[in-house]
Ligand binder design. Structure first.
Ligand SMILES: [Zn+2]
Length: 497
């Protein structure tokens, strides 16, 4: 049994002014052929789950193709996407015969001339290999699932957690499903419903109500009905601003369309009825800092989810840092501000010296101006670390040249590359133990919870700094989102798209 393995992962925030080129994939992950297996084997990533599962099976040959991933950012340039697609299709053609194709995609990529590249990709693979070769894909919980994509795959498995801590398990699940399809034991039949809900992804924490309740319902269906193979929801990524950036329900049954339809409608109705409960209030940076300073319980964690590089934002907004400075906060650390120019100037000044900088605020939203001042250069690092965060466990993290600067007793980690602070390791490799600080600011909306939640004894504040991944929808002018849509259009009635 020969099963091909491939990956193209990008989450596109079209509000980020910088487009994404092939260089951003090379900087993060771009591997070909056997190097794909060497890179991901034993990692907690989707491909790690797929590879480990397939290697445990007798008579399965893994046929690696390409694996590409870039940090979420602006629109992907046409040339970059076309290159990745061509390299993947070329390998699939050359390495025939194949019995199936396993893909790891994000599902929220946008290419400059294409709102639905994942749909385009899987239909090109179907066309190349024919309808008898099954394709099973794993996509992110924030995927903008399209009907074109769903119609061209045999099964689609969506992450079930946010923070995404089940990527390895979903990789294994997809590998098991494709083997069952190839053996003839599964004949997947699905029901796919899209709802007119475009709610910020950061509101769907799967360990908290109401999403936890919805996910339990999905689990119960699979446990109780043995005709159901998979139940999934994908909440969409509104910052892609594409028509498919809405809430999707996908139920896959074993050759029973009626069963799939019944459960998908029940899930869709339940989700729709919860729509108001998904919405959350955000807090201003000033108010969050004021409350944290009064807090006596321990480490206070301020989540700057509005400038989250993991949501495609620029990562150089200094609004929350300014609020800390204005309030006279001490014993506080900010991680991380991406500003290569400032890093290079600090490195040139050297450890133990003072450097005059205009820090951050260079690319981010209109309301963030740089912070000008004389910064003390405390630490310089190559910025390399190994993730402990369950999404990327055992994979290398690369921040580029990284410095710790100090201004008014606030430590600021400044990097060459944009990175989401999803892992407390980012502070620790820079010599900062978060537990010892009064306030920590992280540029992350939800993923940070996997490693920070337990140590944030003082609590967590979710801030709207006005960055490019803000959950405050009033900050954006959407051009291509489907309308009417909840919550932008308050009186939207239930309809299935
Ligand atoms: Zn996601």
């Amino acid at each position: 049994m020969r099963i091909a393995l491939g990956q193209i992962v990008h989450e596109t925030n079209v509000f980020n002014p910088l487009s994404t080129t092939i260089e951003q994939f090379k900087e993060r992950d771009l591997f070909f052929d056997e190097a794909v297996i060497d890179r991901y084997r034993n990692s907690s990533w989707v491909l790690g789950g797929m590879i480990n599962y397939l290697e445990e099976k007798m008579n399965v040959v893994i046929v690696p193709t390409i694996a590409a991933m870039a940090t979420p950012s602006g629109m992907v340039e046409k040339d970059a996407y076309e290159f990745l697609k061509k390299e993947l299709l070329k390998r699939l053609a050359d390495k025939r015969p194949l019995d199936g194709v396993l893909l790891s995609l994000h599902g929220a990529m946008v290419v400059s001339n294409n709102f639905d590249p994942e749909g385009d990709l899987v239909s090109a693979i179907k066309e190349l290999l024919g309808k008898d070769i099954p394709i099973v894909v794993v996509v992110d919980f924030h995927a903008n699932l399209s009907r074109r994509m769903i119609n061209n795959v045999d099964c689609c498995v969506v992450y079930r957690t946010y923070p995404h801590i089940d990527t390895y398990d979903r990789g294994r699940e997809a590998a098991e499903i494709i083997i069952n399809i190839i053996k003839g034991d599964f004949k997947p039949t699905f029901s796919f419903i899209k709802l007119p809900m475009a709610i910020p992804g950061s509101f769907f924490k799967t360990r908290e109500y109401p999403t936890s309740k919805l996910m339990s319902f999905l689990e119960e269906i699979v446990m109780d009905d043995n005709k159901v193979i998979n139940t999934s929801i994908a909440v969409g990524f509104i910052y892609s601003d594409v028509p498919d950036a809405t809430f999707s329900v996908l139920v896959t049954s074993n050759a029973n369309k009626k069963i799939a339809l019944k459960w998908s409608q029940k899930i869709a109705r339940k989700a729709w009825n919860m729509r108001q409960d998904f919405l959350k209030d955000l807090i201003s940076p000033e108010q969050a800092v004021a409350e944290a300073l009064l807090n006596k319980k321990g480490l206070c964690l301020l989540s700057d989810g509005a400038d989250n590089p993991g949501g495609g934002a620029t990562g150089d907004d200094v609004t929350v840092l300014r609020a800390l400075l204005d309030a006279g906060a001490r014993n506080s650390s900010v991680g991380v501000i991406a500003d290569p120019e400032s890093v290079h100037m600090a490195v040139a000044a050297g450890v133990g010296n003072i450097v005059e900088l205009n820090l951050g605020g260079k690319l981010s939203s209109k309301n963030s101006e740089p912070i000008s001042g004389k910064f003390y250069v405390k630490t310089i690092s190559d910025g390399n670390f190994i993730y402990k965060f369950p999404l990327f466990r055992n994979l290398p993290g690369k921040m580029g040249l990284t410095v710790v600067l100090v201004l008014s007793e606030i430590e600021i980690i400044v990097t060459e590359k944009r990175i989401q602070v999803s892992d407390a390791e980012i502070f620790r490799i820079m010599g900062i133990e978060p537990r010892d600080r009064k306030i920590i600011v992280v540029k992350s909306a939800v993923h940070f919870r996997a490693t920070f939640e337990k140590i944030a004894k003082g609590g967590i504040w979710e801030i709207d700094s006005g960055g490019l991944s803000s959950a405050n929808l009033n900050n954006y002018s959407f051009k291509n989102l489907l309308r009417p849509v909840f919550p932008l259009d308050k009186n939207t009635d239930y309809y299935e798209i």
